[in-house]
Design a binder for this molecule. Structure first.
Ligand code: PMT
Length: 223
């Protein structure tokens, strides 16, 4: 309703891992649980936004009032996110841990273990966040950076390379934080500043993050 930080805004959020098939029963993926993206979707909804959640395979329930669209691969995520942005989007937040590479082909039948070694050739996946940020009608874009070292350096590099408005850096080398955990600690960067949030639950951290993002979005719209 009126007075809420994201009232009337349309928000698209990516969450969870992607799965890249090797054969009908196997895939390449990562440890993302979707918890960070789902907590942000709930916080954006609480702040009055209309929220579309583009989600990889996770076991979480969709937050109340949030429209969820499931995807499997990085290419599915690019397509579903593009459609969601086409429908109208003021703010795009990418929390998904997208597989950077996929097998160059998916075998039609289950691969048999007939030899001692096996090679899977990989090719680069498309980058959803960079693609959305490069659009002429790009929404306000927020990326995440999961790093194990030189967190600030790599985060700032990603923000400028992908032309993002903000980036949220998490140090995923800290046990109990980041991937597949209840808590997180992040540093948020934007052109004019930075802020540390947490360690805290992903729910509480998301409320602060949404407040910060809403401030910067309002500032940009006023320029
Ligand atoms: O899901 P949880 O278990 O709660 O864990 C949360 C998290 C650790 C996965 C999350 O907080 C996080 O850090 N997500 C980003 C993971 C990551 O490794 O990002 P990246 O450095 O590969 O990519 C940078 C940014 O580009 C991210 O916003 C990512 O969503 C986006 N991206 C990357 C590659 C790609 N092909 N498409 C993308 O959109």
């Amino acid at each position: 309703g009126a007075g809420k930080a994201l009232a009337g805004k349309r928000v698209v959020i990516t969450a969870g891992p992607t799965r890249e098939p090797i054969d009908p029963v196997r895939y390449i993926s990562n440890h993302s649980s979707g918890k960070m993206g789902y907590a942000l979707a709930a916080a954006a909804r609480e702040a009055g936004a209309e929220v579309v959640l583009v989600s990889g395979p996770v076991v979480l329930d969709a937050p109340a009032g949030v429209e969820r669209r499931f995807v499997t691969t990085a290419r599915d995520m690019l397509e579903a996110s593009g459609h969601a942005v086409d429908e109208g989007c003021d703010l795009f937040i990418a929390t998904a841990a997208v597989a950077d590479y996929r097998p160059d082909s998916c075998a039609g039948d289950k691969i048999k273990k007939t030899s001692d070694a096996m090679n899977v050739a990989l090719v680069r996946n498309p980058d959803t966040l960079a693609t959305i940020a490069a659009r002429k009608d790009a929404p306000f874009t927020v990326g995440f950076a999961a790093e194990t070292r030189d967190v600030e350096h790599y985060a700032l590099d990603k923000m400028s390379r992908k032309k993002l408005d903000m980036i949220v850096a998490n140090d995923v080398s800290v046990p109990g934080l980041g991937f597949n955990s209840e808590d997180n600690a992040v540093t948020v960067f934007w052109a004019g500043g930075r802020e540390n949030i947490g360690p805290d639950t992903k729910a509480r951290l998301s409320r602060r993050l949404i407040a910060l993002i809403a401030d910067q979005l309002t500032n940009k719209e006023a320029r």
